[in-house]
Ligand binder design. Structure first.
Ligand SMILES: *[C@@H]1O[C@H](CO)[C@@H](O)[C@H](O)[C@H]1NC(C)=O
Ligand SMILES: *[C@@H]1O[C@H](CO)[C@@H](O)[C@H](O)[C@H]1NC(C)=O
Ligand SMILES: *[C@@H]1O[C@H](CO)[C@@H](O)[C@H](O)[C@H]1NC(C)=O
Ligand SMILES: *[C@@H]1O[C@H](CO)[C@@H](O)[C@H](O)[C@H]1NC(C)=O
Ligand SMILES: *[C@@H]1O[C@H](CO)[C@@H](O)[C@H](O)[C@H]1NC(C)=O
Ligand SMILES: *[C@@H]1O[C@H](CO)[C@@H](O)[C@H](O)[C@H]1NC(C)=O
Ligand SMILES: *[C@@H]1O[C@H](CO)[C@@H](O)[C@H](O)[C@H]1NC(C)=O
Ligand SMILES: *[C@@H]1O[C@H](CO)[C@@H](O)[C@H](O)[C@H]1NC(C)=O
Ligand SMILES: *[C@@H]1O[C@H](CO)[C@@H](O)[C@H](O)[C@H]1NC(C)=O
Ligand SMILES: *[C@@H]1O[C@H](CO)[C@@H](O)[C@H](O)[C@H]1NC(C)=O
Ligand SMILES: *[C@@H]1O[C@H](CO)[C@@H](O)[C@H](O)[C@H]1NC(C)=O
Length: 685
């Protein structure tokens, strides 16, 4: 089921396009967060879907496939919106099946079904089945009863069986095949035609040899530019741009005038409709609309303009461009003034009062505008005394620097540092002194942000097994706790404490020194201060001669046959099983009970397995799948195909759902019955 993600993001030309959100802790990852454009309001900042404004830059919400979260905190999840073609189900965005418009769990909650299909698909038993040139389906059996123009119902069609479960249509007995006669629009069978396509007429060529009833013929082309005719001499309807000219009872198609721009006319002297981009003036002229003009009157005065143009009062009236970077404008006499600048432009005003004129200039045309994305000037924001930046491009922080009581917003390039959310306002340097760190990072001395232990590449390094760190925003990071199998080895200075390994044999889980183990790993038992191995594949023991519990996937063998080990492996796919091993109690991840064993979820057409184990008083059939994949329905916790196309069966429309083994015989019988009642029409001229 391939599904193309349709980008819903409007992209501004050269500025780049949306890439999927990355797992970003490096600032350099934030390549596109700021570029989302909203033309509707002039905001100081706008972040792309899936990002939020963190005061100085756009930062990511948690990424999710097929949609985005709205959030106000680094990497958190807020309200979820799914992309077109995806829908929200169980709190995530899922890709909708081909042709499906509303995807959900069915009323009993045991199968994924479609509730509504797109054009070109039919909803059959919760499945959207693609229509191959079929326009009407029978309501009881999934067979086509009417084909689209140029196709006929081909009951004899015996297709190959596809291995894909996504496409059913070509398995059905009611199948649409293209007409065998060229340019035929309606054919009841391959070689009969009841109507030729537009611009063609039926030419009867005689009776086929030895037959009194079977006629033959072809669809022949009408005279040039004719869309409807009965023979090759005369026409009854012409194509756009042509009119019917009748001389001595013979009609042909003649060109309208003006020949390239008139779309509809009833004779060669007047035009009634002009081609797009042209306007009919009087009844004989198709006048090209001037630049920016969408409509004009009979005096060739423009009456409406496209949005970035304004109607002027010249004679005749035309449309004047608003100018570079201007979205809407007004005009007085010949002076254009901008009323709204486009995104990434700011307004520049000259003159006062009635003489005030506004034009637009690009933010990145301002001197020292490195890193600027959006900006505003005194004309846009009255409180501004100069043009100032309101949002930086990605990879820059918007920092307010105060010098001599004057605060100036500045874009500071983010050097490659990890985990920094905002910079201090006091910094004019490029060291990126962090004021706040992103989640999972903490602030340490010198305005650095570090995770625990610091990631590879950080200036401070601690033991990789360190899982708890000390330190504050005024002190350095230090190690104060270690992960399992390691212990904290104190050193003279706290900042140099490291994690050392418990014991070399790997059996120790917790220790206080390299020689003093206090807790052992699975498969080991504590003997004094050291860990000793249990028997092979044994998970829990108190000594090396007796096993209390076997590892997952193994069972304690108690049979009479000679076993190599105390714990013996279950069948593949079983997580736990009973002795002597053939009865699974639970399946490993990705496997589900079916037919008494564990089979991969996908082979069982199961989307989610039932969360239960089998016990002696509970039959095997009561366990299994909990939710079936799309296209399958559930019977006794097993999943069966909902539409069995080759047999024409759809689940819920016949009681015989699971007997799919006789389908080939069944299809033949049905096809022949229909054949008998569908004797071909004889073509009538
Ligand atoms: C052409 O058609 C127009 C409108 O249908 C009509 O008014 C006009 O008289 C026609 N001219 C000729 C020469 O037939
Ligand atoms: C329209 O155009 C004509 C000549 O092209 C001009 O005389 C007339 O004043 C114009 N009308 C308006 C309303 O501008
Ligand atoms: C238009 O321009 C003319 C001459 O340039 C001037 O006399 C007239 O006052 C102007 N009209 C307006 C409304 O500004
Ligand atoms: C800074 O501005 C404040 C109030 O605007 C004023 O009280 C203060 O004296 C100014 N300081 C300097 C150094 O100009
Ligand atoms: C920086 O200054 C701006 C505006 O003065 C303020 O809104 C912001 O909270 C400051 N940021 C930090 C990290 O101090
Ligand atoms: C081992 O560590 C435990 C707990 O830390 C302690 O009580 C015990 O005395 C230690 N034993 C040896 C032999 O070091
Ligand atoms: C081993 O441990 C089991 C109980 O877990 C005990 O019954 C058995 O006697 C022990 N064997 C030896 C040799 O200590
Ligand atoms: C499924 O089983 C696991 C482990 O037994 C349990 O933690 C979980 O809550 C169960 N889920 C449901 C939906 O019953
Ligand atoms: C959906 O649920 C109903 C019961 O509410 C059940 O009869 C039907 O078979 C289910 N459909 C599928 C496709 O599983
Ligand atoms: C399925 O079809 C067979 C043969 O037509 C019939 O004998 C059987 O009773 C049907 N099963 C059900 C459940 O209707
Ligand atoms: C199909 O029909 C033939 C005879 O009509 C029969 O011999 C054959 O067993 C049938 N096949 C199946 C799969 O039922």
């Amino acid at each position: 089921m391939n599904k193309v993600l349709i980008a819903s993001i409007l992209v501004i030309g050269v500025l780049g396009q949306q890439s999927p959100p990355l797992d970003c802790t490096f600032l350099s990852c934030l390549a596109t967060g700021a570029l989302k454009v909203s033309q509707s309001t002039r905001q100081a900042y706008v972040c792309m879907d899936g990002y939020y404004w963190a005061g100085q830059s756009c930062q990511p919400c948690q990424p999710i496939e097929g949609g985005f979260y709205k959030c106000s905190d680094y990497y958190s999840t807020g309200s979820l919106t799914c992309s077109p073609g995806w829908t929200q189900l169980n709190g995530i965005c899922v890709n909708m099946p081909n042709g499906c418009l509303s995807y959900s769990l069915n009323s009993s909650g045991n199968a994924y079904v479609c509730g509504q299909c797109d054009k070109g698909f039919s909803l059959i038993a919760g499945v959207c089945v693609e229509n191959q040139a079929c326009t009407v389906y029978s309501s009881t059996r999934y067979v086509c009863t009417q084909c689209a123009a140029g196709y006929y119902l081909d009951w004899d069609y015996v297709p190959a069986i596809s291995t894909s479960s996504d496409y059913y249509y070509n398995f059905f007995d009611g199948f649409c095949s293209p007409c065998g006669i060229t340019a035929c629009q309606n054919c009841p069978s391959k070689n009969t035609c009841t109507q030729c396509a537009a611009g063609f007429f039926w030419s009867f060529s005689g009776l086929t040899s030895g037959s009194q009833t079977d006629g033959s013929g072809t669809c022949q082309k009408c005279v040039d530019f004719c869309t409807n005719c009965k023979n090759s001499q005369t026409c009854s309807q012409c194509a756009d741009g042509y009119y019917l000219n009748t001389v001595n009872g013979v009609s042909t198609c003649q060109t309208c005038l003006p020949s390239t721009t008139c779309m509809k006319c009833s004779n060669g002297t007047t035009c009634s409709v002009c081609a797009s981009g042209y306007q009919l003036i009087g009844s004989t002229t198709c006048q090209k609309l001037p630049e920016g003009c969408t409509q004009m009157d009979n005096n060739q005065n423009c009456t409406a303009c496209i949005s970035t143009y304004v109607l002027n009062s010249q004679t005749p009236k035309t449309c004047t461009p608003c100018g570079t970077g201007c979205a809407t404008c007004t005009i007085s006499n010949t002076t254009v003034t901008c009323t709204k600048c486009q995104e990434f432009y700011y307004g520049v005003s000259t003159g006062d009062g009635a003489n005030k004129v506004v034009t637009c200039a690009a933010c990145n045309s301002v001197p020292q505008s490195t890193g600027w994305l959006r900006c505003g000037g005194p004309n846009d924001v009255p409180s501004y005394t100069t043009v100032q930046v309101t949002q930086c491009v990605d990879g820059y922080f918007l920092v307010s620097i105060t010098v001599n009581n004057i605060t100036t917003p500045t874009c500071i390039a983010a050097v490659q540092i990890q985990g920094c959310l905002t910079l201090t306002n006091t910094s004019t340097n490029t060291n990126n002194v962090c004021a706040t760190c992103v989640r999972t990072f903490s602030s340490y001395t010198g305005g650095t942000c570090l995770s625990c232990p610091p990631q590879y590449g950080a200036s401070t390094q601690l033991s990789a097994q360190c899982n708890k760190c000390g330190g504050t925003s005024t002190t350095d990071i230090s190690c104060i706790g270690c992960s399992s199998k390691y212990f904290l080895q104190a050193a003279s200075a706290a900042s140099t404490a490291t994690c050392a390994t418990c014991s070399p044999n790997g059996g120790c889980l917790e220790c206080s020194s390299s020689t003093n183990c206090t807790k052992c790993n699975t498969g080991f038992y504590l003997s004094g201060t050291t860990c000793q191995p249990c028997q092979t594949n044994c998970a829990q023991c108190d000594n090396s001669t007796f096993c209390k519990t076997c590892m997952d996937g193994y069972f304690p063998y108690s049979g009479t046959k000679t076993a190599q080990a105390v714990c013996v492996a279950c069948q593949f796919g079983c997580a736990t099983c009973t002795s002597p091993g053939q009865v699974c109690l639970t399946c490993i991840d990705g496997y589900v009970f079916q037919s008494g064993g564990c089979v991969p979820l996908n082979n069982a057409n199961c989307a989610l397995k039932l969360n239960s184990t089998i016990t002696n008083d509970k039959p095997i059939s009561s366990s299994g799948c909990s939710i079936c994949k799309y296209g399958f329905h559930m019977l006794q916790n097993r999943c069966f195909q909902s539409v069995q196309p080759y047999a024409g069966y759809a689940y819920g429309q016949t009681t015989n759902v699971t007997t799919d083994l006789n389908y080939q015989n069944d299809t033949k019988v049905y096809a022949h019955l229909l054949m008998a009642s569908f004797i071909m029409l004889v073509f009538t001229l």
